[in-house]
Design a protein. Structure first.
Lengths: 419, 419
């Protein structure tokens, strides 16, 4: 690509000629760009995504668009988010080796990343809707969340490095602003871009009348915007995970920012809970088996997170927080401190989890788990359970001492007729 | 001053010739630099401070030194802290008009700020040791803390501006690192630069044996390093306040960073409490009267902080947090949210307060309130009260619903014979 050239969106037709000179791409795919096969597969809202194949292999070429696809060019978005995605991917690769696509090439002007192609992986959300189980999913996700959380915090990082990183990612303004608006604010008032399924009005009214709930949500927003505990993925739902029957990877960290540790794992659990509540519309005889599997994934993800976090606490606690000089070196066990920190993480996580469950049914960007349900009466009934459990999580976040309590709550709401 | 010149520390002798060309200085003091009178008055650890007087007026010239004065050139410190002091002063002036010195000139290369001279103000700590009352002190300090806190947070600021500011101040690495080490960590183990008064060994041993206490202190450290709620002064003790009998100002914000709102007001109260506990060594018949006055200053500072914060909550809540769209526009009072936020601020503040009370007796930089007590047996007895109250504050921070409880606690410890 020509140095200093202006941004121009790629097309299936223009891509081979425009990227023929990118050595890192040629090394993966093969030197003769005239034989490359290019497909555009982006189903997200913010980007073009191409699969580029040649005789030597296949890569993903991802290019940011200067606007939100879902609403057209009326909502412009800065291209610099590719810069943050690139920096997030390199940090995630270092902190959770093997979990995210390898980056082969980054072009800041073109807002373009050439990265590893995963096959035969598909988006996890599609598998959850189709009722497919993924072996090792919970282990992978729990470990990924714990490793990126711990190794991106001052439990592990040098303070100067962490401050420099916080400053870098503080430049990612407009993308986190989407979360601040769509996730934390819009669901709780008549925001212009909101939509919800017919029939949900009474539930929506109930949530918006709950002042205590809104206070808790805004407290969570303050933690999201002000607590730079670790580098978050920032958008860790089942559409940001790709899986085969037994392998999983995490993609799309363009919402990366430093934020509270509980955010990623909370949003992740929310998306599993929404998969859980939507299943009655997607399954037949295997409903109970598959819903039980989803709850087991939630339980095992949280358990694996704790196990990994505690292991890193013992082996990699090299930052300024909870230094050995104050604990182990004085013959004092620091387990009490780790317990307290995990409690705080889960308290945050269940609160973020409940908020994510709300926004996916009330705000702009819904998810296919519910949206694919054509019968809106059925959809509203299932969404109502999801919304009310979200409220319960937000209210009770501080008292949920164990993921088992969350799963029991899910079973309870799954049997309720709210509408 | 020559553009692009290298940093060179000023002296009383070199200052007039070197600064004769600075128009903003000349405008304040007068054009003929040969008649300027220059005195060096720095009693801090990090800087040269000159009073420069001429026929037209007087200014302060403050220049950062490349090392910590107290320990000589063995502890180098970056000159860029003058850059942060300059940016902090301009923000504080905008957020709390009239509270801080006006900046006339800033030279980044020379790490030098020419600023307003306050006369006949003296350092508040000297007044507290001398038993002098300052009219309006609590009102001024409570209002200053509330205004800078509220207006430097996303309760008020545009998110993009706040993120840019967080990024800017994240560059102030080494100065907050002093706080992270000296305040939050060193007191609780045998750090090399520590010192404490003879006789305090049993109290020190008791604090270091208290694992729960150390966990709470490290939780506070995590909030200090990760919670970017607002721009802090960062070093708001009675040596950073200048007063006459009825006027007060805040100086020296080179420790500025974005941090938890409770930090400044907590550190401030700690320094009043240390003044309180040290008084039996400084006063005669007026001891009770003056100690009562100090407690009244603490009470009134906290009360004024709350009143001002609540007023700003009603009148200036223009940021993304707790938007009117979720509360007032739906006919819902947001007082509950303000109450909860103030509770969290005080919980943080009393915890930071207790930690500051510890570090000033156990770590490197002690304060004159105690250090001026020549009789070390008396000093140790008074410091022991202060240290044990610090521990009580850290343990009970979450349950102190009212500043009255803190003052009652102070009266209680003031009557205790711990050693």
């Amino acid at each position: 690509m020509r140095a200093g050239s202006e941004y121009e969106a790629l097309t299936v037709e223009s891509l081979p000629a425009r990227l023929a000179g990118v050595a890192a791409l040629v090394a993966q795919v093969g030197p003769d760009s005239t034989v490359w096969r290019v497909r555009e597969v982006g189903d997200g809202n913010l980007n073009l995504v191409f699969i580029v194949s040649g005789p030597d292999g296949t890569v993903i070429v991802k290019q940011a668009l200067p606007y939100v696809r879902l609403v057209g060019d009326s909502w412009p978005l800065p291209l610099y988010r590719a810069f943050f995605e690139y920096h997030a991917l390199t940090r995630q690769a270092a902190r959770a080796p093997g979990a995210v696509p390898e980056v082969f090439h980054f072009d800041e002007t073109q807002a373009l990343i050439v990265m590893e192609f995963f096959a035969p992986h598909v988006i996890l959300r599609r598998k959850l809707i189709a009722g497919e189980q993924v072996e090792g999913l919970a282990d992978f996700l729990g470990r990924y969340c714990a490793r990126t959380a711990f190794r991106g915090s001052e439990l592990s990082m040098r303070s100067a490095d962490k401050k420099a990183d916080v400053a870098l990612f503080a430049g990612n303004v407009e993308i986190p602003a989407i979360t601040e608006g769509l996730v934390f604010t819009d669901p709780y008032y008549e925001a212009e871009m909101n939509n919800h399924t017919n029939g949900l009005d009474p539930v929506v009214a109930q949530l918006r009348a709950d002042v205590g709930l809104k206070v808790r949500v805004q407290q969570a927003l303050q933690r999201f915007t002000s607590n730079t505990q670790t580098m978050l993925h920032g958008d860790l739902h089942s559409g940001s995970i790709m899986s085969t029957a037994r392998d999983s990877r995490v993609i799309d960290p363009e919402f990366a920012q430093y934020g509270p540790i509980g955010f990623d794992v909370g949003m992740l659990c929310a998306n599993f809970l929404m998969a859980y509540f939507s299943q009655p519309a997607h399954r037949g005889d295997d409903l109970e088996t598959y819903q039980n599997w989803i709850l087991r994934v939630i339980t095992d993800t949280c358990t694996r997170f704790e196990v990994e976090f505690r292991a890193l606490w013992q082996s990699e606690r090299t930052g300024i927080l909870y230094p050995a000089s104050l604990f182990e070196d004085q013959g004092h066990d620091s387990t009490l401190a780790c317990d307290a920190m995990l409690n705080e993480i889960w308290c945050d996580a269940w609160s973020f989890c409940g908020i994510e469950m709300h926004r996916r049914c009330l705000s702009l960007a819904h998810n296919a788990d519910f949206e694919d349900i054509a019968d809106t009466a059925v959809r509203a009934r299932l969404e109502a359970r999801n919304l009310m459990m979200g409220a319960a999580l937000i209210h009770q976040a501080g008292t949920l001492s164990d993921v088992g309590m969350v799963c029991a709550m899910a079973r309870d709401f799954n049997g309720k007729d709210i509408l």
